[in-house]
Design a protein around this ligand. Structure first.
Ligand code: SAH
Ligand code: SF4
Length: 352
């Protein structure tokens, strides 16, 4: 059993079964999530017998570092982890220089929720791989703890967590939310709800459920097209949920939470970066409490679309902004280390 799969109640029950006093669960919880211990030996406040029991019965290290790569500017680190059953997942840390205006000293961690992905977006390296399995909540949490420990050595911490690694978090809804709850616990890691962003391909029932739960977590929707026919060409999920339904679900989310929605847009040259498309997008989003986050496509092996150049990206942004829709063009990060979603795992499994 993986220790990170347990919430505090399950851990307390387990220790009760072991005839341990109730306060031990709290000590272990704090050790894991406040002191960031990752092996039973580090719990020096526990009796040796309990440490041995923990070592025998619980798994503390579900992720094996298979490979890590730093971008040439040293600001992005991508780690390829091997899960216990051999599947590969990726986690990326992006640091933002404190001396620049954008993001002042942020350290954003991009985590995976599945090995592979079932949604099959054609431009996405993970989508091209297909679906292997859901991650458990503990495997999601363990990615954060790995980087939290690495940064602790520099006396800094993760400042933002985005669910934008491999997989579709709303397809693995319960485990993704359980991971958020565990990391959010004020007696544990205490990571603020507002510093998480969940990114979804647009699964309508889950967007509504998320809205009903009134979480303070940020929501991002991968839109990438403003027309159903065009979206279907690059995102098979559009067969199930049309753009209108997705936008309706976003409206519901905004009503329930009063929070702004982010729409993600991978700019693909000649496909979804033209002024015509920008105008269509304006029509779709006008009046909605939202923001468009556009990023030039990260080229992948299985898709021959190309990244938009800077000039076209600026024209696209202008059209949106003139219509009162906020738009940021994100810089591509870690392009030299295949930091795009799923690209490293894809490359490694092709090589094997
Ligand atoms: N499955 C979720 C979250 C993971 S993907 C989702 O699709 O939203 C995170 C983001 O990266 C999504 O917006 C996705 O569309 C985008 N993305 C995937 N492949 C990309 C690529 N090759 N270039 C640019 N963005 C990409
Ligand atoms: Fe899955 Fe997101 Fe990639 Fe689409 S973009 S295939 S939903 S990970």
């Amino acid at each position: 059993m993986l220790i990170y799969d347990l919430d505090l109640t399950s851990l307390t029950n387990l220790l009760q079964q072991w005839d341990e006093p109730a306060y031990r669960a709290k000590q272990i919880w704090q050790g894991l999530y406040q002191h960031l211990y990752n092996s039973p030996d580090e719990f020096t406040n526990l009796p040796k017998s309990l440490r041995e029991k923990l070592a025998e019965r619980l798994n503390f290290s579900p992720l094996k570092v298979k490979l890590f790569l730093d971008s040439s500017d040293g600001q992005t680190r991508k780690t390829l982890f091997e899960l216990q059953d051999g599947h590969l997942i990726e986690t990326v840390l992006m640091r933002y220089d404190p001396s620049t205006n954008s993001g002042k000293g942020r350290r954003t961690l991009c985590i995976s929720t599945q090995a592979g992905c079932a949604m099959g977006c054609v431009f996405c390296a993970t989508g091209q791989m297909g679906f292997s399995r859901h991650l458990t909540s503990g495997e999601i949490v363990a990615q954060v703890m790995h980087y939290a420990r690495a940064l602790q050595e520099e006396q800094v911490a993760v400042t933002n967590i985005v669910f934008m690694g491999m997989g579709e978090p709303f397809h693995n809804y319960d485990n993704s939310m359980a991971a958020i709850d565990r990391l959010n616990d004020p007696d544990g890691y205490n990571f603020g709800a507002r510093r998480f962003t969940i990114s979804t391909v647009g699964l309508v029932p889950q967007i509504k459920r998320f809205a009903d739960e009134k979480r303070q977590v940020n929501l991002a929707i991968s839109l990438h097209a403003a027309d159903d026919t065009e979206r279907l060409e690059i995102m098979p999920i559009n067969k199930r949920y049309k753009i209108d339904e997705v936008i309706q679900a976003c409206k519901y989310y905004i009503e329930q939470t009063h929070r702004r929605v982010t729409f993600e847009w991978a700019l693909i040259s000649g496909v979804n970066d033209t002024p015509e498309v920008a105008h269509k997008l304006v029509k779709r989003l006008k009046g909605l409490l939202c923001h468009v986050n556009a990023i030039p496509l990260n080229p992948t092996e299985g898709y021959d679309g190309e990244a938009t150049d800077r000039q076209r990206a600026m024209v696209f942004k202008e059209i949106l902004e003139q219509a009162g829709i906020e738009c940021t063009i994100r810089m591509r990060r870690g392009i030299d280390i295949n930091a795009g979603c799923g690209q490293l795992a894809g490359a490694v499994s092709t090589r094997q």
